[in-house]
Design a protein around this ligand. Sequence first.
Ligand code: ADP
Ligand code: MG
Length: 255
Amino acid sequence: QISAEPVLSCRGLTVRFGGLVAVRGVDLDVHGATIHALIGPNGAGKSTLINCLTGFVKASGGETLLAGRPVAGKAAYEVAELGMARTFQNIRLFGGMTVLENVLVGCHRNLERSILDLLFRRAKAAEEEARFIDQARELLAFVGLNGRDGQLAGSLAYGHQRRLEIARALMLAPSVLLLDEPMAGMNVVEKAELAELISQIRADGTAILLVEHDVEIVRSLSDRVTVLHHGEKIADGPPDGIFADARVQSAYLGR
Ligand code: ADP
Ligand code: MG
């Protein structure tokens, strides 16, 4: 069942770009071990909301709480360190690096510590590196990229690049994973496979905020749906009620 305390929440979150209000006073609660879909037409503010929650874009107002603690003013890497991991609407991988190296980049936060810590760690570095590599290989197998460690990321098929990005995010052992249109450009089979993977991540207890346009996928996969329109939240609730809502139908489905 849904835990009482949300893993990730925001209150009155607002993002302005000059005169444009891309996100306007949004309240959101994402609970552990749930898939929370974030939907809305193009330009509704979905990516901006994710960018703001994860510290890539500064809020103009409101606050974000991770496990009940404010994360205001923190840089993206600090937010990641606190347990928020993400993927991007446009894949961001190092195409000239191997699959394994791309996943290991995800754990850089573990190396950004104080000098003392660093000196102490140097002795343990070799041991740690081996542990990270094992962990990375496990995650690659988990996302279905077994045996591709040494391949260049840029040579992977598009759907596999999406999976690699997810493996990299999971390297942070996040309490919440934010996926910005991970299924964009995929065929029906690839989408179904990725949906299965996302369900498995939920089963492991992780909270997932998922931007997805495919209504059938959102219906079958998500526990809760938030609808944005012109930067504002216009509906929030279980998927069945959401798609029956007249405002959602006119705004999002164009009916
Ligand atoms: P969605 O992801 O729902 O399609 P976005 O969050 O990408 O929507 O965009 C919301 C609005 O904010 C759009 O009008 C977009 O043009 C604008 N926008 C997004 N990012 C920026 C930016 N960095 N600077 C200026 N305007 C932006
Ligand atoms: Mg977007």
